[in-house]
Ligand binder design. Structure first.
Ligand code: PAF
Length: 304
């Protein structure tokens, strides 16, 4: 007999986690099957949490998922390496993928549904080939937007599609991708996803201070040691805010990181936490950094 979930919705797969506990979680690969499950949840009056991810899950993602499981009756996690948000083909190809490992973690966290479509299932050919158009109100002209043209168009394209498919009550995003969170908040306003609450969750760090990222998997042990300097320098910069100007602190951080062999800063900008425009002082300011550690592009940020 097919096992039944806590919510009496038919599930197709069982996953046994490392503690030999069996949880029922369905992995869905088509939009049609996804909609069927969403509609069933809605009919039962269950609140829905959505955690959009690109897989290669780590404790940072787990913190979002745990929050969603706590806050909602049903949690959907999407695992989809979204091709339209990559402006670098090699980065897309090298992006780590391991659905079995991800599924095991998600089942152990009490997730109900994983949506893992192929790009062909997610997009028409035209959608794949055309840059998604959206009025970012200038949020795309700074930092990540400036360095990765088209990146946020792809993010808005996929997240708005997921929002329409899952119709969540709450959606969870990490503050490590701080600019992405700002873009999503704007998207919700502009596209009038008024029933969806956006929950931003704090950065999760290794004990060393390194911000968790799926890209860390591409760092050698030595590179990882080197990368730890990024967060240490950011933390140290907090001490300077009483005596130095925003521009001086920006220059100091860039210089300190570039001094570490193996690290190259792409940008460090101290901006207003809401508008992402250059900050005039440290009240309500956030410093956002992108650093190349060898070939791997890492991002981090610090609130002042
Ligand atoms: O943050 C990410 O992993 C991705 O940008 C997201 C939000 C899942 C969209 O593909």
């Amino acid at each position: 007999m097919q096992p039944q979930s806590r919510y009496d919705i038919a599930h197709e797969c069982t996953i046994t986690n490392n503690n030999h506990q069996t949880t029922y979680m369905q992995i869905i690969t088509t939009k049609k099957a996804l909609r069927e499950q969403v509609e069933a949840c809605k009919q039962l009056g269950k609140t829905i949490g959505l955690v959009p991810t690109m897989g290669a899950l780590h404790a940072g993602h787990a913190s979002l998922v745990k929050k969603s499981v706590e806050d909602n009756k049903v949690t959907f996690v999407s695992v989809f390496v979204n091709p339209t948000q990559f402006n670098n083909k090699e980065d897309l190809e090298k992006y780590p993928r391991d659905l079995n490992r991800d599924a095991e973690l998600l089942a152990s966290l009490g997730v109900d549904f994983v949506f893992a479509p192929t790009p062909e299932e997610m997009y028409t050919k035209e959608e794949m080939d055309t840059t998604f158009s959206f009025d970012f109100g200038g949020l795309d002209l700074v930092m990540e937007g400036k360095m990765r043209p088209g990146h946020f168009n792809g993010v808005v394209q996929v997240v708005s599609k997921l929002f329409r498919l899952v119709e969540p009550d709450r959606a969870y995003f990490g503050e490590k991708d701080y600019q992405q969170l700002a873009v999503i908040r704007r998207m919700v306003e502009v596209m009038q996803f008024t029933d969806i609450q956006i929950i931003g969750c704090p950065i999760v760090r290794e004990e060393s201070g390194l911000a968790l990222s799926s890209r860390n998997e591409r760092l050698s042990a030595e590179e990882k040691q080197t990368a730890v300097n990024i967060s240490h320098i950011l933390f140290e910069s907090r001490q300077l805010t009483k005596s130095q100007t925003v521009k001086q602190v920006e220059s100091w951080v860039i210089e300190q990181i570039n001094r570490v062999e193996g690290l190259t800063v792409e940008y460090y900008e101290i901006v207003d936490q809401t508008t992402l425009q250059p900050a005039e002082d440290f009240s309500h300011a956030i410093g956002c950094v992108t650093v190349y550690c060898g070939p791997v592009r890492l991002i981090d940020n610090i609130k002042y």
